[in-house]
Design a binder for this molecule. Structure first.
Ligand SMILES: [Zn+2]
Length: 345
């Protein structure tokens, strides 16, 4: 929301910083806490003083020994768009704006905040443990690694106005359950590395999370979720450690808990095929019990994913090289890929 300071708001209603601090304390934020915050800012209602007042409220609620972390992320693209150079976007952790909304972007612009370097899943943090949370979160680390660090320091997650969607940390639970790199559904982005060189980063894009809100009621019955309102927004607060431990353990034991019911979901349908989950699914849908339909989906998804995988191997190249590349023996492909990338950039 843009500040319309002088005469656009004829009445001085709205939610004050003091009221926000009170609400944050009520939900369980304490002095010295380390907290990851995800939110829909507009769900809070009109906040007097705008995004900066909201961030001030968070910082005052945790005091000088506390830390706040938020996702800033990056735009990502189909690998072929990067390959054909249709995209100029280069992620530079120092300059590229957050894609996760006005609040993370405002926090990123605070003088004392630190942003991590991960090319797709960067976070920004401010406070005592900001350096610890963001350190080593870069192209070689796991995408949601700051959330495991948050768990290690007994940090909490606050979700404001996004129901039971525990964004970001739920992907770390999938990662810890070993579900992250099974389906090669790639996206890519160019980024500025530590040495100021532009490189291409590819990753297995965010996994399907349609069913993950179903875990929150389980945590709630175990007494780990605190529900309250921040302003007008229904909000939840829960400990990162228990969330990751309980959900990753459940997903690992039974990956069918992650499977959505969409016929068209490449990720879930490929996950069940690769892990051979068909016999384990409790209430089978047609695409899980009919072998003709299973084969049809497998074929369609093979075509869809092949497009991504081949593009990934050939980033920065033209279609002609693509054909030639396919006949290169597997052990040499990585070397050729690196060479092609260098030339293409
Ligand atoms: Zn799905």
């Amino acid at each position: 929301m843009k500040a319309k300071s002088k005469n656009a708001t004829p009445f001085q209603l709205g939610i004050s910083k003091e009221r926000l601090i009170e609400d944050l304390r009520k939900i369980g934020m304490k002095e010295g806490d380390t907290i990851a915050v995800s939110l829909s800012f507009k769900s809070i209602g009109y906040v007097r003083g705008g995004p900066n007042a909201f961030i001030d409220a968070l910082l005052e609620a945790i005091g000088p020994d506390g830390t706040i972390m938020m996702n800033t992320y990056t735009r990502t693209f189909h690998p072929s768009k990067i390959a054909t150079r249709k995209i100029d976007y280069i992620f530079d952790y120092k300059k590229t704006p957050a894609v996760t909304g006005i609040i993370p972007e405002t926090l990123r612009n605070r003088k004392d905040s630190i942003r991590s370097r991960h090319p797709t899943c960067s976070v920004v943090a401010i406070g005592k443990l900001a350096k610890y949370l963001t350190k080593d979160h870069e192209e070689n680390s796991s995408p949601y690694m700051p959330y495991s660090k948050l768990a290690k320091v007994n940090g909490k997650v606050l979700c404001i106005g996004i129901d039971d969607n525990a964004v970001a940390i739920r992907h770390e639970a999938q990662y810890l359950a070993g579900l992250f790199n099974i389906v090669p559904f790639k996206e890519a982005v160019k980024f500025m590395d530590r040495n100021g060189i532009v490189r291409i980063f590819t990753w297995n894009t965010r996994q399907c999370v349609d069913r993950l809100p179903e875990f929150l009621p389980i945590l709630r019955t175990m007494g780990f979720v605190k529900d309250a309102r921040i302003g007008m927004a229904n909000s939840i607060l829960f400990p990162a450690k228990e969330f990751l431990e309980i959900i990753s353990k459940m997903l690992k034991k039974d990956p069918t808990l992650n499977l959505c019911n969409s016929f068209f979901c490449v990720w879930c349908r490929e996950l069940e095929r690769k892990l051979n989950l068909y016999t384990k699914v409790e209430k089978k849908k047609i695409f899980q019990k009919n072998s003709f339909v299973i084969n049809l989906i497998t074929l369609v998804n093979w075509f869809r994913l092949r497009n991504y995988v081949v593009d990934d191997m050939l980033l920065g190249t033209s279609g002609t090289i693509l054909k030639a590349y396919e006949i290169i023996p597997e052990p040499l492909r990585l070397k050729v890929k690196n060479l092609i990338q260098k030339i293409a950039l």
